[in-house]
Design a protein around this ligand. Structure first.
Ligand code: PAF
Length: 285
């Protein structure tokens, strides 16, 4: 396996790989790899010839007062995990290597960045879209793998690739959960033992929404939202930011629950800001 911090070396290596007909799979990460990342890397390894895992804690997507400095970093551990899961290249550039000068050109995400996570984290999705564009440009035509856990990010990246006609195929990968339902996330590392057990409330809240849609056939969006909110607010250690019902493609709140909706939740447990989501399918009357 190759470990490089050089964008030029990465580009040259992948150009050569493509020249001899090898397909490239890219899984962009911010490191602190866990079972969710490993599942994605294994899938990329099954579907493409050369699997690149990028590890870059992207300063452009953190707002003032967010956890950029605290974000867990352990390159040696990440390298070993990526290799074990089947990565061929780990690309772990420094900020100076990615941005030798302050960038004068960035990508701006429109309406999709104003809602949900975007409303709570101004500028976040512009930062994500900018770095993903750069990573795709460096890796070249490829399959790019993203977790559904960051559902809004996945929708933004799909639009980024479509709207800017970037030569990549975006592959969304199902969320990996602990046995008690907690979605795997690098930020779970911030949780104390009591906060960790409180954090299952995100999943339980989503399940309450899903049951309302799928078992009780609720078509009123406010009623589904309320079913989620009631569960979320029962947990004292969880501070809810939003529990929402959206169209899975546009992320807009539909006038009525349609055949397919996405339920999303976000909030804070101790120092950790956690997000999760689930699909819900309604039998149309
Ligand atoms: O999902 C993440 O870890 C990051 O947002 C990403 C896609 C690697 C961009 O920095």
């Amino acid at each position: 396996m190759i470990l490089t911090d050089s964008p030029d070396e990465l580009r040259a290596f992948l150009e050569q790989a493509r020249r001899v007909g090898r397909s490239v799979g890219l899984h962009p990460t911010m490191g602190s790899l866990h079972g969710g990342h490993r599942t994605i890397i294994r899938r990329a390894a099954a579907e493409t010839d050369v699997v690149v895992v990028s590890i870059f804690v992207n300063p452009l997507q953190f707002g003032p007062g967010e956890d950029f400095d605290a974000y867990p970093r352990d390159l040696e551990r990440d390298r070993a995990q990526a290799e074990e899961a089947g990565a061929d290249v780990v690309f772990a550039p420094s900020t100076a290597a990615m941005f030798p000068e302050e960038p004068q050109v960035t990508v701006r995400v429109n309406r999709l960045a104003d809602v949900l996570e975007g409303a709570h984290r101004p500028g976040h999705f512009d930062g994500v879209a900018t770095i993903v564009t750069k990573l795709l440009a460096l890796a070249g035509p490829c399959h790019a793998y993203f977790g559904e856990k960051d559902y809004q990010q996945l929708v933004v990246v799909r639009h980024l690739v479509d709207d800017l006609s970037l030569p990549a195929v975006v592959v969304g990968c199902p969320t990996v959960r602990e046995p008690d339902g907690l979605a795997l996330s690098s930020r779970n590392a911030y949780l104390s033992a009591t906060e960790r057990s409180a954090a299952t409330v995100l999943y339980h809240s989503l399940l309450a929404g899903k049951r309302a849609v799928e078992e009780r056939g609720v078509s009123d969006v406010a009623e589904v939202r309320a079913a989620m909110t009631v569960v979320a607010q029962r947990e004292e250690l969880f501070d809810l930011d939003y529990a929402e019902v959206v169209d899975p493609g546009t992320l807009s709140v539909p006038p009525k629950v349609g055949a397919e909706v996405r339920l999303l939740i976000a909030g804070r447990t101790g120092k950790a800001r956690l997000i999760d989501n689930l699909a819900a399918n309604r039998q149309e009357d």
